[in-house]
Design a protein around this ligand. Structure first.
Ligand SMILES: [Zn+2]
Length: 338
């Protein structure tokens, strides 16, 4: 199987994935609660604009605007019958952007078909089962492939059951498959998976690339990245961290990480052994440009944990012992509610 990402990594040692989608669209008029996926057909010029900005910033991988374009999520907006249309459009827009960038600069970038969680839970806590979930993701992955995606990128997952179903659907397209979990709950995913558990699982199901995204801030993302790499896993590892720690301001979540902070994080991610480095929520093209610049102008170093803590902060520092237990019980009740 041709893996264009592995090829870039073989050439320069690492590659850079893009930044946020949703939080960048909020600045362009996306209303809270409105599915960004619909912008592939309603505001295609905005989707193209964001892809192009990330390409100009130096990203090697562009994720399609299809994170929530699966039937269970689209159903919340009465658009569950538009999976094919939206995912084809998402992949075509990203291909248009990478093709244009290639014509302008001679630099190739890879289109990764993004698939996020269904938002539902597996049996016995919820109603999802494996076959049904494979069918949901098959509809999405097939449309992404049809639109021109060059790999399938499963992200922000919390359960291995859902990754297994999405990866099976992804593999059926014949494209390379990457999956990232979100470790946001005291060193685990919301469903209790540790980075070490996930590394073992990724190897077991034969993922081509794996890692972590989103969650808390860059320090926690690095903690998860180190947990994955410490297992000795031998596939490319993704580190796609948020742009600083999310903060509630006036009833909305904001990300305040500076380009300098994200540049530092990118260097530490590479030092730790991650080879696919990008940004999640809050990461703008300006942040990606700073990350690319830092990676291009700094030689790989031995990981200095003390320097990393000084630059990014202590992982999970915001969770004092008692806050941790509140956080866990909050998550548990959220699980029941979903
Ligand atoms: Zn995120």
């Amino acid at each position: 199987m041709h893996n264009p990402v592995a090829q870039i990594i073989a050439e320069k040692g690492w590659c850079v994935a893009d930044g946020a989608t949703g939080s960048n669209f909020f600045d362009r008029g996306l209303e809270a609660g409105y599915p960004p996926d619909l912008w592939c057909v309603e505001r295609p010029e905005e989707v193209l604009r964001l892809h192009s900005a990330f390409l100009e910033a130096g990203a090697d991988i562009i994720l399609t605007n299809s994170f929530g374009a699966n039937a269970p999520r689209l159903k919340l907006h009465k658009a569950e019958d538009r999976v094919g249309e939206l995912n084809i459009a998402a992949a075509e827009l990203a291909r248009t952007a990478t093709q244009q960038h290639y014509e302008d600069t001679g630099r190739r970038a890879v289109v990764a078909g993004s698939m996020g969680p269904t938002g539902e839970l597996f049996e016995p806590m919820g109603s999802l089962n494996h076959e049904q979930t494979v069918a949901v993701f098959t509809a999405q992955a097939a449309a992404l492939a049809k639109g021109g995606a060059e790999m399938i990128w499963i992200e922000t997952m919390s359960s291995t059951e859902e990754v297994a179903a999405a990866a099976e659907a992804g593999r059926a397209t014949g494209l390379p498959v990457c999956a990232t979990l979100t470790f946001d709950t005291a060193r685990r995913s919301m469903m209790g998976i540790t980075p070490a558990d996930f590394a073992q699982f990724a190897t077991q199901i034969g993922l081509d690339m794996a890692g972590s995204n989103c969650g808390v801030g860059p320090a926690e993302l690095m903690d998860s990245t180190q947990g994955l790499i410490a297992t000795g896993i031998d596939i490319p590892i993704v580190a796609k961290g948020n742009c600083g720690i999310p903060q509630y301001v006036d009833g909305a979540i904001h990300f305040h990480g500076s380009p300098e902070l994200m540049a530092q994080y990118a260097l530490f991610a590479r030092d730790a052994g991650a080879t696919i480095i990008g940004g999640c929520c809050g990461t703008t093209p300006e942040h990606i440009a700073a990350m690319v610049r830092a990676l291009n102008t700094t030689a790989p170093r031995r990981l200095d944990s003390q320097a990393m803590s000084a630059a990014l902060g202590e992982p999970w520092a915001a969770l004092a012992a008692n806050e941790q237990s509140t956080e866990v019980s909050k998550r548990r009740s959220r699980r029941r509610r979903v």
